[in-house]
Design a protein around this ligand. Structure first.
Ligand SMILES: [Ca+2]
Length: 266
C-alpha cells in the first residue's frame, strides 16, 4: 500500500515536474519546513535531543506517565491511550460506563527541559465536547511572584473549536487570585482536513515563538519568559469550552505521530 502510494506520488511529481519545468520551478526539495520545523537562525541547526515516534507495540512508560484520576468532572484514564502499531499514539475520548473518559500522557519526573524546539505532528479530533492539547508544565507554575520566569504553563496547541481556530496560551503565578495569562488564537481552515499537522514552540531564554505547520503564528515575551525546566503533556480535556460532550459522536480520536525536542546548536 505504502509502495503503491509512493509510486503514484513520485509519478505525479514527475508529471508535474514535466508540466512546469519550463517555468523553472524545482521539485522534490526536502526542507525543514516540510516537517513543520521553523528554519533555525543562520549558522545554526536543530539537533534532536528527545523523541517518541510511537513505533512500538505499547506506550513507553520509561518516557511517559499516564494518570488515572478524576479530572474536572470526567476521568483521565490510562486505558484510553494506546499505540496503533502503525507508528501512532491514539488518544481516545469515549464513554466508560456512565462516565466520559480521555487520556493524558506526561513526562513528569522522566524528562523535563528548559528551552528548545518542541514539536508534535498529530491529527485532531472532530466531534465536540473535548479538546486536545500539547503543552508544557510543572508545579512551579504555582509560584507567585517573579512573573512567569519561575514557572509558566505553555500551551503550544489547544483545540477546543471546530472551525479551524487553534489557541496558544501562557499561564503563570498560579491559578488563584494572582493568576495571569496571555493567549493567541489563529485560524487555519486547513486544520479541518482530517490530516496530520504540526504544532511547535521555539522557546529561548528571551522569547517564545509558536508555529502551526511550520508557519509562525505568535511571538511573545509575556510573563518575562519561563527560565525553569518543564515537562511535556499530551492530553484530552472534556468540558464546555469545546461544546457539549453529551452531543458528541464517540469515540473520537486525537492521533499523535510523534513528539520531538530539539536544541539549537551551532
Ligand atoms: Ca511565578
Amino acid at each position: 500500500m505504502r509502495c503503491n502510494s509512493m509510486t503514484s506520488k513520485v509519478t505525479v511529481l514527475w508529471i508535474a515536474g514535466l508540466l512546469i519545468s519550463g517555468l523553472g520551478v524545482s521539485q522534490g526539495q526536502d526542507t525543514a519546513q516540510d516537517h513543520g520545523l521553523p528554519l533555525p537562525a543562520s549558522g545554526h541547526t536543530w539537533k534532536l535531543v528527545w523523541q517518541d515516534d510511537f513505533s512500538g507495540n505499547e506506550i513507553d512508560t520509561a518516557k511517559w506517565e499516564l494518570p488515572n484520576n478524576e479530572r474536572r468532572g470526567h476521568l483521565w484514564r490510562a486505558d484510553n491511550a494506546y499505540l496503533d502499531k502503525a507508528g501512532h499514539l491514539v488518544m481516545e475520548t469515549s464513554k466508560v460506563g456512565d462516565r466520559f473518559a480521555s487520556p493524558c500522557l506526561r513526562t513528569r519526573g522522566k524528562y523535563e527541559k528548559a528551552f528548545g524546539l518542541f514539536v508534535t505532528r498529530c491529527r485532531l479530533p472532530k466531534t465536540e465536547g473535548h479538546w486536545s492539547a500539547f503543552w508544557l508544565y510543572n508545579g512551579s507554575v504555582g509560584k507567585v511572584g517573579e512573573e512567569g520566569r519561575d514557572g509558566t504553563e505553555i500551551d503550544i496547541m489547544e483545540w477546543p473549536y471546530r472551525d479551524g481556530r487553534v489557541q496558544h496560551a501562557l499561564h503563570w503565578d498560579g491559578y488563584g487570585k494572582d493568576h495571569k495569562s496571555k493567549g493567541h488564537v489563529s485560524k487555519n481552515e486547513a486544520l479541518l482536513d482530517g490530516k496530520f499537522h504540526t504544532f511547535a514552540l521555539a522557546w529561548s531564554p528571551e522569547e517564545y515563538v509558536f508555529y502551526v505547520d511550520g508557519k509562525e503564528t505568535w511571538r511573545t515575551k509575556d510573563g518575562g519568559v519561563c527560565q525553569v525546566p518543564l515537562y511535556i503533556k499530551l492530553s484530552v480535556e472534556i468540558g464546555d469550552w469545546a461544546g457539549d460532550i453529551t452531543k458528541a459522536t464517540l469515540p473520537d480520536y486525537f492521533v499523535v505521530d510523534y513528539v520531538r525536542v530539539y536544541d539549537l546548536v551551532e
